[in-house]
Design a protein around this ligand. Structure first.
Ligand code: PXP
Length: 249
């Protein structure tokens, strides 16, 4: 099975909000997240990822519905564990939800969701979403406790937080790669689909591809940054080409 690429287009909305947050209905409001999703699809994206945050700093609810209705790709909806977001997810019906931390209490020291510590508040959300036919992923540090807690909570997938890996260089990068490797092995052994995301770019990708059992990478920032120079379709094509040849072992 080839490694899939999920394209996170939140920062297209970040740019739009920078100018038009108070004028979203204006015909001038640009750039369009929907058009970005079309470009990502044309470049070979396997799914589109969007995060409607509680503070609405980038994607807005109408963006989510528009993309869901008009883009023929699986939709990965990132969300915090709140009643508001569960209600939106049940209406939106994305293919996947990735539960992410949004408040200080939810976040581990490294930035992943504390599934272990927040088990009791996360568990009902996982069940509600799964009962609605939505697959659930947990965005976690590459940490044994968090992987095991994700299996215990019966998540379908984990997304390993690659932020520390991406920000480490030299010998530290090797340590972070080894942690991802161990977490991926454990997750796969526990029958979880193993994804990865945050801070992945063309420079660190070759090292990440030494990690086994990866099913999908979720990549945003670097693709949007690169799109300024070559366009989003070409940026997605470039990333896909760099991911070719991954065998998963
Ligand atoms: N995965 C998750 C859960 C995220 O929240 C994000 C965005 O921060 C990404 C992946 C993509 O990260 P980046 O924009 O650094 O590629």
């Amino acid at each position: 099975m080839s490694l899939l690429l999920g394209v996170n287009i939140d920062h297209i909305a970040t740019l739009r909000q920078a100018r038009y947050a108070d004028m979203l209905d204006s015909p001038n409001a640009e750039p369009s997240p929907l058009a970005a999703a079309e470009d990502a699809l044309a470049g070979g994206a396997d799914s589109i990822t969007i995060h409607v945050r509680g503070d609405r700093r980038h994607m807005q609810e109408p963006d989510a519905y528009e993309i869901r209705e008009q883009i023929a790709l699986p939709l990965n909806f990132e969300m915090g564990n709140t009643h508001e977001m569960v209600a939106i997810a049940l209406k939106l019906k994305p293919d996947f939800v990735c539960l992410v931390p949004e408040t200080r209490e939810e976040v581990t020291t490294e930035g992943g969701l504390d599934v272990d510590g927040l088990f009791n508040s996360l568990q009902p959300t996982v069940s509600i979403l799964q009962d609605a036919g939505i697959k659930v992923s947990m965005f976690i540090d590459p940490d044994e406790n968090q992987v095991e807690a994700s299996a215990r909570i019966q998540a379908d997938m984990i997304e390993l937080h690659t932020g520390c890996f991406a920000n480490a260089f030299g010998a530290e990068r090797e340590v972070e790669t080894a942690r991802l490797h161990a977490a991926a092995l454990l997750g796969n052994g526990l029958k979880l689909q193993v994804n990865a995301g945050h801070g992945i770019n063309l420079q660190n990708l070759p090292e990440l591809l030494t990690v086994p059992h990866l099913a999908e990478l979720n990549i945003g920032h670097t693709l949007i940054a690169r799109s300024v120079r070559i366009g989003l379709t070409a940026a997605v094509q470039e990333m896909r080409a760099a991911m070719e040849g991954y065998t998963g072992v």
